[in-house]
Design a binder for this molecule. Structure first.
Ligand SMILES: Cc1cc2nc3c(=O)[nH]c(=O)nc-3n(C[C@H](O)[C@H](O)[C@H](O)COP(=O)(O)O)c2cc1C
Ligand code: SF4
Length: 562
């Protein structure tokens, strides 16, 4: 006789047998009801975990065991994935599940500068007995700092009162914005370039030649010339894939969100042209979980596109991240798309050679693809000409911190931070004097105001000062801030987000935080540790993590004098 649950259902053994753990038939029925007819493929594991988390508010042992059985996976495989991602709450046998509502208060740089830490502690005091109040790494609402999620609803600039009001009024769902629909986009000539490619009026070589001449570089952070990457992918045997990196987790970055929530079809057209050019049969869009409103927009936009396609469409798959900054790194992203922990792969092979499901894969940032249709429509010279001398092209900068009007601004490559502050963001906040800035989010280093006239672009002068523009996230500090505090905030972020795969990063970030939490920094040791991390970490997270710390010590020596 099989053992029975309290409800009288048999407790069945798992397949494959997970070291004596059992699951309940009742849990299996619940999981099956949630998954419905969706395939039980391994790559859908994270999607399936989301379904359970969304329905029950957490992932219990009983559901994880049942899911493992249902997908034909070992329990350990399901656990190792579920416990990797911050948005999954794995609750062990007998432990209390989290309260139904979670408030996530952003503790990254712009929000901390705007009082996020005080907000977090006030909210814990006021609401902690009713809801769960936790700190969260950058939620991509830096222009609304301090920002917080109440469920999926964003409050910002947030006060304890405005958050409490949202809780009381049960405003917990995402606000879906008005955006340029398919009809609006087409009225403005949208999808014309894709249609012309599909009709054979352009060849992939022409398109790549235009991109090359335009100077378009990857705007996810690395700045690699776009056309060259397309060429690498095309040179590999098919089937091929395109991946849209919409994971946007770099603290201070929110421009991709802006593009997706206002004009999703433009990025989609860019992705479709890329897929046509490299002859990819599938496009994957990997969207960070902190942008549920963008998910609604994207689902809507994709439905409209499929109902009335301007050209034959490849398979387009929208995937949901689960709260892990490292999944923005392209190989970690690919692992995540395959239903694994988001741990970066060793390179080579590069994604262009062997990417998602082993296919040659073109990975691009949302904004890189966003520019493709305009470059084809208006010409490579137009795009190149929008930049400054020696800095072809333009891009969207996310500007946050102590400026009057934080936001997303379109500006030429080579613009300076001083211009971004004065000519775009309305100047410094009243009573604040420009003190320093992070030119490229958490990864790109930190510079003093005296170096505020350096052109912001990949390489060049910025590189000579040990900094980089990366995703174009410019965080402005004033005389009320310090480079030390900024560096500590950033290092805590990296320690939290390190995937742990390699020792220099896993241990180096944690050790750096400990060294920076004391009054008297051991600067020589921090620098040595930073050099080891930069040299020996597997991926860009560990390599760039010490950047702000080392640049703070280099460019703000007065902060370290006794
Ligand atoms: C730790 C880390 C996080 C990253 N996060 C993102 C991200 O959120 N979005 C993005 O587009 N690229 C991100 N990147 C860069 C990607 O690895 C990759 O270079 C990019 O998606 C390629 O697209 P692009 O050529 O259009 O820039 C990240 C890189 C690292 C090392
Ligand atoms: S550098 Fe950090 S994030 Fe990258 S693989 Fe190593 S431990 Fe993971």
């Amino acid at each position: 006789m099989p053992k029975r649950t309290e409800a009288g259902l048999p407790v069945l053994r798992m397949r494959p047998i997970p070291k004596g753990r059992r699951f309940e038939a009742e849990a299996l029925e619940e999981v099956r009801a949630l998954l419905g007819a969706t395939p039980r493929r391994r790559d859908l594991l994270i999607e399936h975990l989301h379904r359970i988390q969304d329905r029950y508010g957490h992932l219990s042992d009983r559901h994880l065991l049942a899911l493992a059985h249902e997908m034909g996976l070992a329990a350990a495989e399901v656990y190792e994935v579920a416990t990797f991602y911050h948005h999954f709450d794995v609750v062990k046998d007998g432990a209390a599940p989290p309260p139904a509502l979670t408030i996530r208060v952003c503790d990254s740089i712009a929000c901390e500068m705007a009082g996020g830490a005080a907000l977090l502690s006030t909210l814990r005091d006021r609401l902690g007995d009713r809801v769960r109040v936790i700190a969260a790494p950058c939620i991509g609402r830096c222009e609304r700092a301090p920002a917080a999620f109440v469920g999926h609803h964003v409050v910002g600039p947030a006060t304890a009162e405005s958050v409490e009001r949202a809780v009381l009024e049960e405003r917990t769902t995402a606000d879906v914005p008005e955006y340029r629909t398919l009809a609006g986009y087409r009225d403005a000539g949208g999808y014309g370039e894709l249609a012309s490619c599909a009709r054979g009026e352009r060849s992939p070589e022409d398109v790549m030649e235009s991109l090359e001449r335009s100077g378009l570089k990857g705007l996810g952070g690395a700045g690699f010339p776009a056309a060259r990457k397309w060429g690498f992918v095309r040179a590999e045997p098919g089937p091929r894939a395109v991946v849209v990196n919409a994971d946007e987790g770099e603290p201070g970055t929110f421009k991709d969100r802006h593009l997706m929530e206002t004009d999703p079809h433009r990025m989609l057209e860019g992705a479709l042209i890329a897929a046509w050019a490299v002859e990819a049969s599938t496009i994957y869009i990997y969207l960070r979980d902190e942008y549920p409103h963008c998910r609604a927009v994207m689902e809507d936009a994709l439905a409209a596109l499929r109902a009335d396609p301007p050209a034959p469409l490849p398979e387009i798959v929208l995937r949901r991240g689960a709260g892990a900054y490292i999944c923005g790194e392209e190989t970690a992203l690919i692992e995540s798309l395959e239903g694994q922990r988001g741990e970066p792969r060793l390179r080579p092979p590069f994604p262009a050679q062997r990417g998602v499901f082993g296919r040659p894969t073109l990975v691009h940032n949302v904004e890189t693809l966003y520019w493709v249709p305009a470059i084809l429509a208006r010409g490579a010279d137009w795009f190149a000409g929008t930049g400054r001398d020696g800095h072809p092209g333009q891009r969207f900068y996310s500007v946050s911190g102590r400026v009057r009007r934080p936001g997303v601004y379109l500006a030429p490559n080579g613009v300076t931070v001083r211009e971004l502050i004065d000519d775009y963001a309305g100047g410094m906040l009243d009573g604040h004097r420009f003190y320093g800035y992070l030119p490229g989010g958490a990864s790109g280093g930190i510079l003093p105001a005296s170096l505020g006239d350096i052109p912001l672009d990949f390489g060049g002068e910025l590189g000579e000062y040990g900094c980089f523009v990366g995703s174009g996230a410019v965080v402005v500090l004033s005389d009320r801030d310090s480079a030390r505090a900024a560096a500590l905030n950033v290092m805590r972020f990296f320690a939290h987000e390190s995937c742990g795969k390699c020792t220099p990063c896993r241990v180096g970030t944690a050790k750096s935080v400990a060294l920076m939490e004391v009054d008297d920094w051991d600067r020589a040791l921090l620098d040595e540790l930073g050099a080891a991390m930069a040299d020996a970490s597997i991926c860009g997270l560990g390599q760039a993590a010490p950047n702000v710390v080392r640049r703070a010590m280099e460019h703000f020596p007065e902060e370290f004098e006794a």
